[in-house]
Design a protein around this ligand. Sequence first.
Ligand code: NAD
Length: 543
Amino acid sequence: MCRVPTSRSTRRSATSAPPRIRRPSGRRSNRYWRRSRSNSPTEPHRIGANNVKSTRDSVFLDGRPTASAGTAQFTVVNPTTEEPYGNYAIGTAEDVDRAVTSARRAMAAASWQRTEVEERCDLVLRLRDLLAQEAAELAELHARTLGTPVTTGRHLGGAAGLIDMFVDSARRSPWEFLRADPGGRTTLVTRQPVGVVAGILPWNTPIRSEVKKVVPAVLAGCAVVLKPSPEGAFTSFAFAELCTKAGFPPGIVNVVPGDGATGEALVRHPGVTKVAFTGSTATGSRIAAAASPAFKRLQLELGGKSAAIVLDDADIGRAAPILSRANWGNSGQMCVSLSRVLVSRSRRSELVDALVEHAQRQVVGDPRDAATTMGPLVNRTQRDRVLDYLQTGIDEGACLATGGAPAPTSERGWFVPPAVFADVQPTARIAQEEIFGPIVTVIGYDSLDEAVAIANDSPYGLHGAVYSTDEQRALDVARRIHSGSVAINEFYLAPSAPFGGVKQSGIGREHGPEGYDSFLEYVSYDIPAALATSLRAHGLRDG
Ligand code: NAD
């Protein structure tokens, strides 16, 4: 039976009736609509101006925007107003070939080959500063094209911290070292740039995604061709322009916008050595198949359905706001969402009450409004998919404690209010499949072994969390979760820690020295003892 929360504060709202959505209205609305009308392709947003004034100038290569060979157009639509923001030509196989050629040429240039790592660090640190200068403009762009609230968008997904961490990794890691073999020989181990990198991006972490593909690659001496998601193309154009402004040599960072066919042409291009992909597990599987005949290096950051285990001694008052952030931040469109909340049955009502209360506190509305905490979903398809899952949860018999479909209305915007499903069966579709929206599923357990078994009963293994007042006990439980990362009493991913998934959540690690390392290839030279002695005398170290 569906038992909705019982506390006085939440009973009022604990129905399937959705929280109110704040749409632009009154004075604020007038300003908003006036500004949003300037989103037309003829009056482009400042950052993307060079790219939208001619809709065919949508391939970024040799350090500048240039005309696409394609004629098919993609229109980016503002998810709040459902009005066009701008359009661009979808990249063709010919565009991909030109971009890869540009990247190969740039990487092979003697001037780039001669750059010291310190010079490359200077380049990316200049990029970091330019990103900081443009943060407010970029946040506006993301509000208009992706629905990201400006208040969170201004942090650019922690891009500055990621850049600092990659610079630190590059400065610390030696390009060459010696390794003595027990058999008496010595090897000179060198690290070399892996080659041209295809960076294929999702839309949900703008700038952060670009930084994670471009910065470690450039520090390692590689060149990159980015293929942004259709909705995220203007972000990648802006990013590439800032790379040029920071002094990156032409061709080191290129962008070909487009769809899956553009991405596949890039993956299959013989000039690409490594594919660094972030996106869904289904697409990751197709990319792996396309990359495998040529044994391209693969880094796949894929989907998730991560579990948060709330132990019987947890401080619910502390855990609930963290779980709220972990599920309703970015309208739940986060790969690392803690969307399966496993709670000891003895604490079930308390936790559900707290989650409902936090859901009700979310301000759903215009992402350009400073009070908004949740904007719309990125596009109509995503909105419809999330609404389908809401219906699936109800059909599966879970208790919809709060949230639900927005009331039918002629008003615009792809909004879905936060939803909490309680009493969810661990095998239910809403508990097994990645929804990528603001729906949290609460699952009860009776014993710790049962909680761990439920947490691990997933095709995914990206992230996780454990909440307990006994931190050592929480860590002991965390160690039993089969996942790439687990947070104790938090929802956090340190830039310095390796990040990535196990099982169907991916292959490889980003962030930290490990993330930087994945853009390098090791080459070993077996050398005679006398040469090794001479190299040591000249300062080369063993490693
Ligand atoms: P998606 O898989 O639909 O698309 C990702 C990118 O792949 C887009 O640029 C798309 O155009 C491109 N693409 C599609 N088909 C392709 C093909 N056959 N060959 C090459 N490229 C192709 O994902 P999305 O909807 O943009 O993003 C949401 C998904 O991304 C979610 O599953 C989410 O969990 C995942 N994600 C994972 C991480 C992570 O770090 N693990 C981070 C963010 C998002």
